[in-house]
Design a binder for this molecule. Sequence first.
Ligand SMILES: Cc1ncc(C[n+]2csc(CCOP(=O)(O)OP(=O)(O)O)c2C)c(N)n1
Ligand SMILES: [Mg+2]
Length: 437
Amino acid sequence: MFGIVGVPIIEVAMAAQAAGIRYVGMRNEQAACYAASAIGYITGREVSCCPPPPVSLADQGSVTEAISVFKAAKTPLVIIGKGAAYGRAETVLREFIETSGLPFLPTPMGKGVLPDDHANCVAAARSRALLLADVILLFGARLNWMLHFGLPPRFNPNVKIIQVDLCAEEMGNNVRPAVALLGDISAVATQLLMCVRRDGWKYPSNTEWWSTLKSKIAANAKISKALALQSTVPLNYYTVFHHISQLLPHDCIIVSEGANTMDIGRTMLNNYLPRHRLDAGTFGTMGVGLGFAIAAAAVEASQNTGRRVVCVEGDSAFGFSGMEVETMCRYSLPVVVIVVNNNGIYSGVDSETWKAMKQMGELTSVAPPVSLLPEARYDEVMKAFGGRGLLVRTVEELRSALQLSLSDWERPSLINVLIDPSSDRKQQVTTTSGIKT
Ligand SMILES: Cc1ncc(C[n+]2csc(CCOP(=O)(O)OP(=O)(O)O)c2C)c(N)n1
Ligand SMILES: [Mg+2]
């Protein structure tokens, strides 16, 4: 049970403890709510006292129709959403993807339902795949801002959507689906799988679509690799994530929030297991990260599965619930917090520029409203409560700090990675006419 330390729930917390319920007192109710919301997602435990709802199947006629729509597709795509993770559809979806031979990409929290390094995963060609797909099969994924509302210029205006969702009111949001399959994700995926199996149908691997996607994946990998191999100080995002990804354990739970930090981290840090990524999600709310990480670490502490919890934070994002590092220290939760510190939101200024600005006039008038204090010592915040705090600027320092933190199961760590305040994302495809090769 998560709550706040102290008034007004002291008696409730004590009663819970007396009843054998563990009580995690946080610094802010908001963070406690984030933590509580993550528990059900990670464990799949029923959080209400109602009996579980019946599992509902989609209408069989619509399933047959869906199959004929994607059989006729030239450039089909499957999108695996957080709903598939929540619905524990990983086994049947893997069978569906491997039997049908279709390309797929995950939404941010759909990462890991199928491993990011699966041969059919086209996440590294995401923009191209969304833009050129003629039929998209959505499994528990919503056409919201993260999927650019399913609309041009990021999507083909004539794309046919086949929508699998448990929630009737989600059907047709932003784009009217060609086929709506209302039901439990695992059950509906099984219905689709059975049809594909019965027909012996498989999307061929030698299509022009697969070669387009594969060549885009290779081209993007080349660009990311070139950026990741730069080791000049201050480091860029890609180099930082490249080295982090090399050192993270395969089964690690990755929590992340920020703007560039979360977006670039999503592309560079692979997930191999379902429900092992928690991020700012649908509402893009900053401040969720530490609460999510505390929840994941509390689950780990009780199940003792030996999985590490790593919380990758932008420096701004960290500030929203930063005091929760005290909670981590108080309960000895060995979370590894990595703050990717660019002195601001999307970008910042370096210390020299900041000093020069101070000379120019009143900071409240001249400081860019995206800037934070340069080289802020977030690592010292963790140290103040007895955790490990590490400040790093180079690849070698980053690697040894992360290795040291990952070997410590006694207390949390915070690695403050000072990066180039003007480091940015690589360019993306944005419009039909502006396709870059
Ligand atoms: C509660 C809330 N307030 C404000 C925002 C707007 N916002 C989006 S991302 C972001 C922070 C991005 O900066 P940082 O975490 O440092 O990541 P960076 O892009 O610099 O790597 C903010 C404040 C938000 N998403 N949620
Ligand atoms: Mg930042």
